[in-house]
Design a protein around this ligand. Structure first.
Ligand code: HAM
Length: 412
């Protein structure tokens, strides 16, 4: 688990703000869910054979002897909250949530044991239109963050649980005679979760899969038609996608549409946002049958992608106010309050003694655009001296009234 220092934290916040802005525009409502849940919720909801549950869960026994876990994801918690609070009674909620998730993975760039997700879940809609709405939201965020060129939307249909069970048998039958040629992980998966073999990145295994049975051939006509509808709606909404017949996703709860935005700019960690439909999960966890669909965005990974583009200049402050001596502080503080009240700028006051050279060094370190200096003359005239820290422009002296105009001009 790691710290996000101010520059990275600012990047994470910017990405989060963009998701929230888009969720709001689609009228999704926020739900807050706890970090700790009963371990059973994830065993039951996500499936023991998923890595996040079987291998990576942080779980412990609390003082009451209950088995709890730090949540590895948010969908199961949202479904639990939905059932407990009867949110589907006469309603079809569209929700979003955010927060840290925990998986005991092997950490590397873009893969952490605590990571931040922002997710959406919509309940009560069986129509393909809702799959498309959800995908459109994700797409909109990537467009607005100017990341569209760095990510690709992959989509597939995995059909119903019955279709997958049938396919599972066909896949085991086809791959068992070749098990010696499979990579070690895939060989293990042949026993535990054969569909995940389709996900393998090992070239030899990928080669063997070319002749293996195709999941699509096990789907019912209804499921195929439904998927075609989703694709058609996506195309007419102008969303670009690639159908990936090998996309299966890691949790047991999925059915029909599954999708992932992937990138090849983050090394091995290629998925930046992922989700799908989970029509059986609400019932599985004790609610009445209710279709569901959603996604979760990996904020840490998306923020890392943003590092690769032209980002807004980072600085702790926009304006740095410098009193030449302590007697000037009161006036400096009143100017700072005036600016905080009338602008959106970030205003930092210098605190501490020292000579002007030293104070100006602090001003520079804050990465502010302007230093505003106040000495005896300024105090007498109720003015400030504006010094541009990031350009050659020469300093000017101005009244406090006129100061806003000068700063504003410079921002445009
Ligand atoms: P997931 O694919 O496990 O799905 O996670 C979603 C996203 O979280 C991934 O695409 C990735 O960007 C990010 N992520 C996952 N693990 C890590 C990690 N160790 N470090 C950094 N980022 C990570 C889910 O969690 C489902 N609940 C999504 C969903 C919502 N499906 C339906 N509704």
């Amino acid at each position: 688990m790691r710290d996000s220092l101010p520059q990275e934290a600012a990047r994470l916040s910017r990405v989060e703000a963009k998701f929230k802005e888009v969720f709001r525009k689609y009228s999704y409502e926020e739900i807050r869910i706890p970090v700790l849940e009963s371990k059973e919720l994830f065993y039951h909801g996500l499936g023991e054979s998923s890595d996040a549950v079987g291998k990576e869960m942080y779980s412990f026994i609390d003082r009451d002897g209950k088995e709890l876990a730090l949540r590895p994801e948010g969908t199961a918690s949202v479904v639990r909250a939905l059932i407990q609070n009867n949110l589907c009674y006469n309603d079809r909620p569209r929700l979003w949530y955010e927060g840290p998730m925990f998986r005991h993975e092997r950490p590397q760039a873009g893969r952490y044991r605590q990571f931040q997700q922002l997710g959406v879940e919509a309940f009560g809609f069986a129509e393909p239109t809702i799959d498309v709405e959800i995908i459109q939201m994700g797409n909109e965020v990537f467009r607005q963050l100017e990341l569209s060129a760095l990510v690709t939307l992959k989509i597939n249909s995995i059909g119903s649980a019955e279709a997958r069970a049938q396919y599972r048998e066909r896949l085991i039958e086809a791959l068992t005679p070749l098990s010696e040629e499979l990579d070690e992980d895939s060989r293990k998966r042949l026993q535990t979760n054969p569909l995940r073999i389709l996900d393998s990145k090992i070239p030899k295994t990928k080669e063997l899969l070319k002749d293996a049975p195709k999941l699509r051939d096990s789907l019912s006509d209804n499921a195929k038609e439904r998927f075609d509808d989703v694709l058609e709606l996506l195309a007419s909404a102008g969303v670009e996608y690639t159908v990936d017949p090998h996309l299966v996703r890691g949790f047991d709860y999925y059915s029909d549409t599954v999708f992932e935005w992937v990138t090849d700019h983050l090394g091995a960690q290629d998925a930046v946002c992922a989700g799908g439909r989970y029509d059986g999960l609400v019932e599985l966890l004790g609610g009445s049958p209710t279709p569901g669909v959603g996604f979760a965005a990996g904020i840490d990974r998306i923020a890392k992608l943003c590092e690769q583009q032209q980002e807004p200049r980072y600085g702790a402050a926009d304006v740095y106010l410098v009193p030449m001596e302590e007697v000037h502080r009161e006036f400096v503080n009143s100017v700072a309050q005036h600016l905080r009240c009338h602008t959106d700028l970030r205003i930092r006051e210098h605190i501490g003694a020292g000579n002007m050279r030293n104070k100006m060094r602090w001003a520079d370190k804050s990465n502010a655009i302007w230093a505003l200096i106040v000495g005896d003359t300024e105090l007498q005239q109720r003015s400030v001296t504006v010094k541009w820290l990031r350009s050659e422009r020469s300093q000017v002296s101005t009244s406090v009234e006129n100061l806003l105009t000068i700063l504003q001009e410079n921002l445009e």
